[in-house]
Design a protein around this ligand. Structure first.
Ligand SMILES: Nc1ncnc2c1ncn2[C@@H]1O[C@H](COP(=O)(O)OP(=O)(O)O)[C@@H](O)[C@H]1O
Ligand code: SF4
Ligand SMILES: [Mg+2]
Length: 341
């Protein structure tokens, strides 16, 4: 089996054996290799991993938005319909109405030459048969709901007239205007000031809970997932290497990479200089290691690690891509020593 979680057909989203590759001048780049996962209605799932792990490409595939040069295989079933084979018109209808995306940089989604209000209203009217006045009213309500003060005035303003945090809120409003069932948020707070980051994250979680919207939250920060999600998918070098509940990942990680990410999270009682980062770097998809892809960085590497690793079931709905996981005693976030007094 190349992935995990076969799914029982009742999931909102079921991704099966998703692979994304590119032909490059240096040879084929297998950026995403055989990812399988599900997301239930209203569920919040975090996808975590260092830069270059294949997270953004996976997120884009859920909207049929992978770059034109990408070769994509597998299936992305949203309520049973495969978005990878859907005719373009159907896909455009699905986008916004059933699944939408928040990007790290709001200007990726907002057009500088139209007012914020025009853009939210236009998205609404593309998908719903409503009058201009109804679309305006709904857009202003939504701007208020995402915490934008003076929404009537902001409705008439251009994106450059808003602060970074307000622009991100406007993009969230645009993503939610048609009440999608699934929201993909790719590093939605990384470009914002630290003080604004927590507010925007809280807003995304609050809105997804209130509207019953499922969330795939993509981030390099496992601490963010710990605060917001029910389940976590850890990605490394184009593969999902662990998937389980957030509590299980925090208390008893089974993959050395998840444990390494946990060791790097700032936490009470641990000075910044004592946080451990994982030595080395994510390999390029052009030359992934032949055996376990994490092998060259893994302090537990041993017999059998020279072979490619399969996803293994290791508990109820708990998967890990490490043949040695039974033998390892890995550090979780809760096993941090309390501060000496
Ligand atoms: N258009 C492309 N052509 C070739 N390689 C690409 C392209 N887009 C992304 N990649 C490669 O795919 C890998 C995964 O990218 P990405 O999904 O953006 O990772 P992440 O979001 O985890 O940082 C990276 O090594 C990246 O260089
Ligand atoms: S298979 Fe081996 S090298 Fe890979 S994560 Fe497990 S222990 Fe480490
Ligand atoms: Mg990314």
């Amino acid at each position: 089996m190349t992935g995990s979680r076969s799914g029982d057909g009742s999931s909102l989203l079921e991704v099966r054996d998703l692979s994304i590759s590119f032909d490059t001048v240096r040879g084929p780049a297998q950026a995403v290799s055989g990812s399988s996962f599900t997301i239930g209605a209203g569920e919040r799932v975090g996808m975590v991993g260092e830069s270059g792990s294949g997270k953004s490409l996976t997120g884009l595939a859920l909207l049929g938005l992978t770059p034109p040069a990408a070769q994509v295989s597998g299936s992305v079933l949203l309520k049973g319909r495969d978005l990878l084979t859907l005719p373009r018109k159907e896909l455009q209808k699905t986008r916004g109405q059933q699944v939408s995306m928040i990007f790290q940089e709001p200007m990726t989604a907002l057009d500088p030459v139209f007012t914020v209000g025009q853009q939210i209203s236009a998205t609404f009217r593309t998908h719903q048969k409503v009058s201009k006045a109804q679309a305006r009213e709904r857009s202003i309500d939504l701007l208020a709901e995402v915490g934008i003060p003076e929404p009537k005035r902001r409705y008439r303003e251009y994106p450059h007239q808003l602060s970074g945090g307000m622009r991100q809120r406007a993009m969230i409003a645009m993503a939610l205007v048609c009440e999608p069932q699934l929201l993909v948020a790719d590093e939605p707070t990384t470009a914002l000031d630290v003080t604004i980051q927590a507010q925007v994250l809280d807003l995304i979680v609050k809105l997804s809970a209130e509207h019953g919207t499922a969330l795939l939250l993509i981030t390099h920060d496992l601490g963010v997932v710990a605060e917001t999600c029910d389940r976590v998918l850890t990605m490394y070098a184009g593969q999902i290497v662990e998937q389980c509940s957030v509590d299980e990942a925090l208390e008893r990680p089974k993959h050395p990479y998840t444990s390494g990410l946990l060791s790097a999270i700032p936490r009470p009682g641990v000075a910044a200089q004592d946080l451990r980062s994982i030595p080395g770097r994510v390999p390029s998809p052009i030359d992934f290691p032949d055996g376990c892809r994490f092998g060259p960085r893994c302090e537990h590497a041993g017999a059998g690690c020279q072979e490619p690793q399969e996803m293994l079931l290791s508990g109820l709905d708990r998967w890990v891509r490490c043949g040695r996981h039974h033998e390892l005693e890995l550090t979780g976030a809760v096993s941090v020593e309390p501060p000496a007094v």
